[in-house]
Structure formats: C-alpha cells, structure tokens
Design a protein around this ligand. Structure first.
Ligand SMILES: Cc1cc2nc3c(=O)[nH]c(=O)nc-3n(C[C@H](O)[C@H](O)[C@H](O)COP(=O)(O)O)c2cc1C
Length: 160
C-alpha cells in the first residue's frame, strides 16, 4: 500500500509524530507550510492562530506538487488550535480534492483533546474510507519516546 503523510506543525509536536508514522509506513511525507508563519513564541501565537480559526481564514500555503492519485492511504496530522484543525488545512482542502482514499487522522493537543478537529476533517474528506484516528498530548514535552512508539503501533493496526 502506497502511503502519504501530510501534516502541519508550528512547534514540532505534530512533526515528530508524522515522521514516526511515516517511518513505519515507508511512504512519502509532506509538510504544509504557510507563506507567512504566525509567531511561535509567547501568547502572540494564541492570538494570531486563534484569530485564523475563529474567522475561518485560509492562509496562503506553499504549493504542494503531489500526484495524490499515486496513494492508497493518506494520513493527515494537525495540531489542535481553538479545538479545531489548523487553518492551513482550509486552504489545502480548497486546492485539493481527496476522494476514494483510505484515510487516517491524528492530532497533537495541549490537554484539551481533539475538540471538533476529527469531525471537521471528516466533513472536508467526505467520499473517503476512514480507518482510524488518534490524539497525542504535546508529545515533545510529555513522554516523547512512548508517544513515538504509540504512533508506530497505531499505524501498524491501521494498515493491518
Ligand atoms: C493558536 C493555538 C491554539 C491552541 N488551541 C488549543 C486547544 O484548543 N486545545 C488544546 O488542547 N491545545 C491547543 N493548543 C496547543 C497545541 O495544540 C499543542 O501544543 C500541540 O501539541 C502543538 O503542535 P505543534 O508542536 O505541532 O505545533 C493551541 C496552540 C496554539 C498555537
């Protein structure tokens, strides 16, 4: 099964989980990058990131030159912002229509769990076959090694 892992990460948590999953899948991995990143220090990140979510913004992102038709499984990874997926995915879903794929979802949060992120992903990803979802609490700060193992074990059960 050819797999793609696609994620955004402001502070690295989603990045390490995405890479752990991709190491297990031996597939391709893509990081969504906004043309202009929000500040990642102090309280300003909550202000700017929260504002993007609340207003349903679609920040410009760098081009993703991927032939999605090559993949059977696509894994989406997001940090939780204001109980939702990050706004760069609004832009992504406007540019790319993903259909008839196996899909798995993961998120990294700061203690508030996944909020409505998985529900919102599923709305945007109608017409796909959902295999599973999992949430991690700040894996860089909290039990990094175990979270990496958890991610690898999870994706193994997904592709079994
Ligand atoms: C703008 C913003 C909003 C956030 N909102 C939430 C939230 O609603 N619930 C929560 O549990 N964590 C929230 N967090 C914390 C992040 O989801 C968490 O630290 C995550 O692990 C960060 O992933 P990253 O390092 O890949 O960017 C928020 C962080 C930011 C920057």
């Amino acid at each position: 099964m050819k797999a793609l892992t696609i994620f955004y990460s402001l502070e690295g948590n989603t990045n390490i989980i995405a890479n752990a999953i991709n190491d297990e899948l031996q597939g391709d991995i893509v990081e969504i990058k906004p043309k202009q990143e929000i500040p990642n220090k102090g309280l300003r990140k909550y202000f700017w990131g929260g504002k993007q979510v609340l207003f349903g913004e679609k920040p410009e992102i760098n081009d993703i030159k991927i032939d999605f038709s090559k993949y059977d499984l696509i894994v989406f990874g997001t940090p939780i912002w204001a109980s939702n997926f990050v706004p760069v995915f609004n832009t992504f879903f406007e540019k790319h229509s993903i259909k008839n794929k196996k899909v798995a979802l993961f998120c990294c949060h700061g203690g508030g769990k996944e909020g409505k992120a998985f529900v919102k992903f599923k709305e945007k990803l109608q017409g796909n076959n959902f295999l599973g979802e999992i949430a991690f609490e700040d894996p860089l700060k909290k039990d990094k090694d175990n979270n990496i193992i958890r991610a690898r074990e999870w994706i193994k059960t997904i592709i079994k």
